[in-house]
Structures are given as structure tokens and as C-alpha cells.
Design a protein around this ligand. Sequence first.
Ligand SMILES: *[C@@H]1O[C@H](CO)[C@@H](O)[C@H](O)[C@H]1NC(C)=O
Ligand SMILES: *[C@@H]1O[C@H](CO)[C@@H](O)[C@H](O)[C@H]1NC(C)=O
Length: 277
Amino acid sequence: MFPSHCCTCTALLVLVVLAMVTKADQEEKHCDLVGETAKESKREQALLKKLELLGDQRFEKSVSPNQEENYIYVFRVCREVNSSLPQSGLVQINQKDQKQTVVGRINETQVFSGSDWIMLIYKGGDSYGSHCSGEKRKAMIMISCNRKTLAAGFTLLSEEREKEQECLYLFEMDSSVACPPEDTHLSIGSILLITFASLVAVYIIGGFLYQRLVVGAKGMEQFPHFTFWQDLGNLMADGCDFVCRSKPQNAPAAYRGVGDDQLGEESEERDDHLLPM
Ligand SMILES: *[C@@H]1O[C@H](CO)[C@@H](O)[C@H](O)[C@H]1NC(C)=O
Ligand SMILES: *[C@@H]1O[C@H](CO)[C@@H](O)[C@H](O)[C@H]1NC(C)=O
């Protein structure tokens, strides 16, 4: 009994240690924001969580600034491009001599967003030689909202290195992770409409049941306040008749009062005379 118990214990311990090691390993390779872990911006952390969806992918773009030069840019979101280049998030490979230059590192990540874009910045790349006062390279990747794709269209937009400072490589790509959440909220108008429709339904059904079960009405009388609605319908029809009809069907009431019958007879008589001819 005792040894098997101990075995279980040991196995559990090994599992826990293994899990911790794997976790530490994963954390090491992820994007690290500027500042200590506890003081990182919540907003940036939320954005990184969104970007995690792109973590498995690897983006490549071949660029030839002129006939002699040809570079391939390799980019990964919060993962190392090549484990032999520590913390490399975006690497430039010179196709002529296979020389690899780290443009930006994931342990110096900065990220911010707008309504339909996310800007991911990797700083701490390999230092420039003669350009830009020999500062460290920096990559900026503009991710624009595109609901049709998880990730596509990774390209180099420009390389700015003819400055004294703050040089940068600017990239762009499309992704659905940069999109704002789709608005599924109902407008106030539709809420009012739904409420009104529900009230009407409750009124009709409740009234119907009341008239049928309590009052004991039959046929059309089962509708709640049947006579009232009938009167209202007639009133509305009259109103409509009064407002909308262009030619009055009957002569105004003032005339009708006196000799309605006579007029009718007269016209009938006239018609009678006309008919045989
Ligand atoms: C990673 O870098 C090493 C040397 O820096 C290179 O030999 C190797 O081909 C690279 N791997 C990939 C997948 O690019
Ligand atoms: C990021 O990693 C690189 C390579 O390991 C290292 O040289 C650099 O100091 C690190 N940057 C920060 C801010 O820790």
C-alpha cells in the first residue's frame, strides 16, 4: 500500500514540476511589454491576448529594393522567429549571403490600437552600422481590420533609415483580430417596438381569455373591448373618408336634409326617360 501511495505522490510532483517548467518556457517566448510584469498596462495585455490568435503563424515577405539586393522579412506575432536568435520577432534575411538581422525583439514589445487597427512595435533589434547614429533597429507592424481573414497581406511599407534617430521599418497586414466587436445591441427604437408588440399580444390574448372564460362571450365578442374597437374603427374610417376622399360621394349634409328624396326621384325619372332612347 505504502509504496504505491508514494509512487502516486512522486508522479504528481513530477507532473506539477513539468507543468511549471512548460509554463515558464512558454512565458519566456511570448511578447514582453515594456516595464515590470506587475506594472504592465492592462490595455496592452488585453491587446496581446487578442493577438495570441496569430501566434502559430509565420509571415514572410520577399523584398527587392533594387536588382542586387533581395531580402526576406520573417515575422511572428509574439513568438521567436528563430530560436537561435534570442527574442527575435522580426528578422531580415539577406538572400545573397543568408545573413540574418534582427529588426525587432519580442521582449521589447509595445502595442496600442484604434477603432479598427492595432499597432505592434518590436524594439531592441540589432544595431545599425553607419545609419541612424548606430541605434537599435525597430519594427512597427500596422494590423488593419479585415473580417474576411485571420491574417493576410504581410508587406513592408517603408524603411526609414536616413535619419539621425528614431529610424524604423514599417510593415502592414490585415487581420480580423483588429476589428471592433460586432454591434449586436438593439437600438432603443426596436426595444420600444418589441415592448409595444408584447403588450398588444398580452392585451389581446388576456382579454380574449377573460371574455371567453369569465364573461362567456362567443364569436367576435370574445375580443376585448370589442364594441369600443368597432366604434374606433368606424370613427377612423369616417375620418379617413372625410380627409382623403377628393370628390364628395354625397352632397353635403345641409342640402341632403331638405329634398334628398325628391332629388333622387328626379334623377331616377330623368334616367328613365333617357333609357329607351
Ligand atoms: C536560424 O538561425 C540559424 C543561424 O543563425 C540558421 O542556421 C538557421 O537556418 C535558422 N533557422 C531558420 C528556420 O531560419
Ligand atoms: C531582450 O533580449 C535581448 C536578447 O536576449 C537582450 O539583449 C535585451 O537586453 C533584452 N531586452 C530587455 C529589455 O530585456
